[in-house]
Write a protein that binds this ligand. Structure first.
Ligand code: COA
Length: 124
């Protein structure tokens, strides 16, 4: 995993990947917590990330209800009704305390958006 200072008090979490054989054992959560601690110590207030919903190679389908959908002219309407259809990692970040704060339609191609999430990682 990695973290990048983006601007002002905002850092970006990127990338994050746990080896398939080690997933669902708390490794991802522990890595995120370690980065949050490090960023807070450096004066960061917010950790943000984008989590793509790209079409899967095997099936050509996306993983959330936002995939393959025309998000314009009201992306936030679709975002507020998001559902996890095929194990998209945005729910992992929800479990780590991140909130969904936006969406970039067509980030990876038509109907393949990037879902934006953020968390306050330090107190005032
Ligand atoms: C997403 C990823 C980093 C999660 O790491 P992990 O070590 O498997 O996650 P953890 O075991 O720490 O899980 C923490 C919590 O999130 C949940 N969770 C993990 N992956 C999830 C998923 N895909 N969908 C829903 N919930 C998920 C776990 O059930 C757990 O919940 P609990 O605490 O209530 O039991 C890992 O699956 C991965 O590397 N995936 C492939 C690459 C990827 O998608 N990276 C993110 C790109 S933005």
């Amino acid at each position: 995993m990695g973290g990048l200072h983006e601007y002002a008090r905002v850092w970006e979490l990127h990338p994050l990947a746990v080896a398939p054989a080690a997933q669902r054992r708390g490794v991802g959560r522990a890595l995120v917590a370690a980065l949050e601690e490090r960023v807070a110590a450096l004066g960061g207030l917010t950790l943000r990330l984008g989590t793509d919903d790209m079409h899967m190679v095997e099936t050509g389908e996306g993983r959330t209800s936002l995939a393959g959908v025309e998000l314009y002219p009201d992306p936030l309407k679709h975002l507020s009704a998001i559902r996890n259809l095929r194990g998209h990692p945005y729910e992992f970040y929800l479990a780590c305390g991140y909130a969904i704060v936006g969406v970039m339609p067509d980030a990876n191609g038509i109907g393949q958006p990037d879902i934006f999430m953020a968390k306050r990682i330090a107190s005032r």
